[in-house]
Design a protein around this ligand. Structure first.
Ligand SMILES: C[S@@+](CC[C@H](N)C(=O)[O-])C[C@H]1O[C@@H](n2cnc3c(N)ncnc32)[C@H](O)[C@@H]1O
Length: 221
């Protein structure tokens, strides 16, 4: 997958690229590119935003700046998916993550301050996604949330220590929550691990886990 992120704060992504699963697939299954709007702005002194027409507080990311950044990266409007990150976009869910993970090329546009000139969302992006119904100070954290959730779905991203098959929202668990996990010690302060997990009976363990997942889905656990 080629994942391109347009941002005003490219260095914010340093941490993400050093961590698994991103670090694991970087350079093999993943080509992650970071673009700063300031590198391609045709305005003086790295200007990328401007005051809102109609007045009011805050600065708005200019449409010509984002268009210039896309032109420089792709030689025009890209023919692959370009997602604008905004609090008002379609809510990110595991289904949306799976959908994004199937893209061979994906571009994320982030803003700061007051956000995007609306023409960016309408004409330069193909859709808009929100990571939740709350307002972050910038799109970088939203981009990292999406990048992490998508990248861990790429082949080879997860090691033996994490299971991508059976986890919350996976089809193996009927789209429901994961069951509870326990590890040593088997008893601590009188808090005991459920007997069935110590039984060595794989069929019983499997049945118990499915039951726990369904209980959680119904709000019962
Ligand atoms: C301070 S926010 C702008 C908020 C905007 N003025 C509003 O009231 O909806 C700046 C930028 O952060 C990003 N952002 C903030 N919250 C987000 C969220 N929940 N999901 C995705 N991106 C978000 C977007 O790129 C947004 O343009």
């Amino acid at each position: 997958m080629q994942l391109d992120v347009f941002t005003l704060v490219p260095h914010a992504f340093a941490w993400l690229t050093e961590q698994r699963p991103v670090a694991t697939v970087l350079g093999t299954g993943l080509d992650l590119r970071l673009f700063s709007y300031r590198d391609t702005t045709p305005l003086r002194a790295g200007q990328v935003d401007d005051e809102p027409y109609g007045g009011g507080a805050g600065m708005v990311l200019r449409v010509d700046i984002v268009a210039a950044a896309l032109d420089a990266a792709y030689g025009g409007t890209p023919d692959h998916r370009v997602v604008a990150l905004t609090p008002l976009g379609r809510q990110l869910t595991q289904d949306v993550v799976e959908e994004l993970a199937r893209e061979e090329r994906l571009t994320l546009l982030s803003a700061r301050f007051e956000g995007f000139d609306e023409r960016i969302v309408r004409h330069l992006a193909s859709d808009a996604i929100s990571v939740g119904p709350y307002v972050l100070s910038g799109g970088e954290l939203a981009a990292m949330v999406i990048a992490d959730a998508v990248i861990r779905k790429l082949p080879g991203a997860l090691g033996h220590a994490e299971s991508p098959i059976e986890e919350s929202f996976s089809s193996a668990l009927e789209g429901g929550p994961e069951y509870p996990h326990y590890t040593r010690p088997a008893s601590y302060r009188g808090w005991d691990v459920p007997e069935v997990l110590l039984s060595g009976d794989h069929a019983k363990v499997r049945a118990w886990r499915l039951e726990q997942s369904r209980l959680r889905a119904s709000g019962g656990a």
